[in-house]
Design a protein around this ligand. Structure first.
Ligand SMILES: C[S@@+](CC[C@H](N)C(=O)[O-])C[C@H]1O[C@@H](n2cnc3c(N)ncnc32)[C@H](O)[C@@H]1O
Length: 323
């Protein structure tokens, strides 16, 4: 079931008009709706998202890395900025939570997440919702999660206060997959270099016939990518992010970071996947990329003992609502 409980202020419904797109340049929430509605149907393919053991392990390990395994399964959980449901649905499959609720500013994403849930045999309730004003009563959930969403929200402290409000006393939040300041700097540069090299190679050489992504798909990616600069609002210093959560009223706040050498591999790999004909890369490629990422992540866990948190690409944060 989907319902639209958002404020409506910033939302375009259906296909965006030229006027909506123009307005989106100065309205990050509208830009988020347009950009993520465009992406909803191709998002899982673009980011190699699946609902099998590979992504179940990935989601479970991210959660456990910052919040441990105590309290599983959380009886009632909400994801904010759910996208296609990648984090919550895989956490559910991993046994981290029972009742699943999804929310996102983008109606297209909420519909996709519910569909993905249904295809896994789960009854998932979903609402179109802004994380800055979450349309649920106080003390509704035992767990609130988010993945790669905080950096899109204009007022992160307000969103954290909302998350704490809808949590039951003692309830936990976990946000993962947020870019650090330095991580974002090197990831963007690596991504740009890979995109230029890959598209040059696949469009100007004999590889074109088999490897090039169709021009219309590249044009669509470029159109969406142009709005990316508007939807990505923040990068985080782990200590400042923890301070934001504490100011919002959270207790037992903890951050961790991950991916350094893994990000040096991961960003070129993801960009390469988006730039070439997906038919050329199959399951073997996905497993090769994931296994290589896993090996480098193991190296990064060792490096994490000696290097400062802020050097790593991803920051994860957890905390609880006071009892
Ligand atoms: C980078 S995507 C991540 C999606 C998904 N969590 C994942 O990891 O695959 C960010 C998502 O946050 C949503 N979003 C952006 N701003 C939001 C807001 N203010 N409130 C709720 N969701 C928001 C977007 O629509 C998008 O689906």
């Amino acid at each position: 079931m989907v319902s639209d409980s958002s404020t409506g202020q910033s939302h375009a419904s259906g296909d965006p008009t030229a006027e909506d797109i123009e307005r989106a340049w100065s309205d990050p929430k509208l830009a988020n709706v347009i950009y993520h509605d465009w992406e909803a149907s191709s998002y899982d393919e673009k980011w190699s998202i699946s609902y099998d053991q590979r992504c179940i392990d990935y989601a479970r390990d991210r959660f456990a890395a910052v919040a441990g395994t105590e309290g599983w399964p959380y009886p009632k959980a909400l994801e904010v900025g759910c996208g296609t449901g990648f984090f919550l649905l895989n956490l559910k499959q991993a046994g981290v939570l029972d009742e699943a609720h999804v929310s996102d500013l983008s109606p297209g994403m909420v519909a996709t997440a519910i569909r993905n849930g249904e295809s896994l045999g789960f009854a998932v309730e979903g609402r179109v919702a802004d994380a800055e004003s979450i349309p649920y009563d106080d003390a509704t959930f035992d767990l609130v999660v988010g993945h790669a969403v905080l950096h899109h929200i204009p007022d992160v402290e307000l969103a954290m206060r909302e998350v704490l409000r809808v949590l039951k006393p003692g309830g936990r939040f976990v946000f993962a997959g947020e870019p650090t300041k330095l991580g974002d700097w090197y990831a963007r540069r690596l991504g740009r270099l890979t995109w230029r090299a890959t598209t040059a190679l696949t469009h100007r050489t004999p590889l074109r016939d088999r490897w090039a992504r169709p021009e219309e798909e590249l044009a669509e990616s470029s159109r969406a990518a142009a709005l990316e600069s508007v939807v990505d609002l923040h990068t985080f210093d782990p200590r400042e992010l923890a301070a934001t959560a504490l100011r919002a009223g959270a207790v037992d706040v903890r951050t961790t970071t991950e991916e350094l050498t893994a990000a040096f591999l991961g960003w070129p790999v993801r960009t390469f996947e988006a730039a070439v004909n997906p038919d050329r890369l199959g399951w073997g490629w996905a497993m090769f990329a994931y296994r290589s990422w896993q090996r480098l992540s193991a190296v990064d866990r060792v490096l994490g003992r000696v290097l400062p948190q802020k050097l790593f690409y991803n920051v994860l944060i957890t905390g609880t609502r006071a009892r």
